[in-house]
Ligand binder design. Sequence first.
Ligand SMILES: Cc1cc2nc3c(=O)[nH]c(=O)nc-3n(C[C@H](O)[C@H](O)[C@H](O)COP(=O)(O)O)c2cc1C
Length: 197
Amino acid sequence: MTDIDLSQTGESRPLYIPVILGTVRKGRMSEHPARLMTAEVAKRPMVETELIDIAHLPLPVDDAGQAIKDPEFASKMMRADALVIVSPEYNHGYSGLLKHVLDSCLKEYIHKAVGIVGVSGGTFGGTRGIQDLLPVMRELGLVTIFWDVNFANVYNLFASDGTLLDETMLARIDQFLKELIWMAQTLRYGREHIGLE
Ligand SMILES: Cc1cc2nc3c(=O)[nH]c(=O)nc-3n(C[C@H](O)[C@H](O)[C@H](O)COP(=O)(O)O)c2cc1C
């Protein structure tokens, strides 16, 4: 891994890039990719991360949008320079509760980078859900990168203790994170130095 040279932007503050685990399903396999992604982000110099598990958020279903904003989640979104969203494929789409959580914030996301990690039991690695999430990201003000990570056939990719069984995934994750960190740095510079009339 080549270290990102943060001195190019004169930046001395670490980036904050949390990983959102986008399902509450009991027995969810997406937890393994989410934990792996969090560990991989944590290895990057000058980057802080944490796993945000939507199963641990208050998720009222008698209202929607910013009316159900959770202050702690919102403050993490405000602090974030980029997001990694782990998106399981459910019936060729994304998780409804992931969308419900994302809808609870708006201004917090604007001009922040986002990368999506698809997870599926089948061979497409969550691609169909990712494609459907892209216009949602745009409406939220997030800026998508052009790399995804796809965990296809996920039941064969991890041991029951969460150990990754296919190390070829790591090269893809590395490319994805390099791009995400570049975009996060660039957008932070833009937010802080370039005005918008
Ligand atoms: C309601 C539901 C729908 C699903 N639909 C698909 C699907 O369309 N394509 C697919 O490859 N896997 C599908 N799966 C399997 C999941 O993609 C698989 O369990 C994967 O690990 C991600 O979800 P999980 O984190 O809940 O396990 C579905 C699973 C559930 C619970």
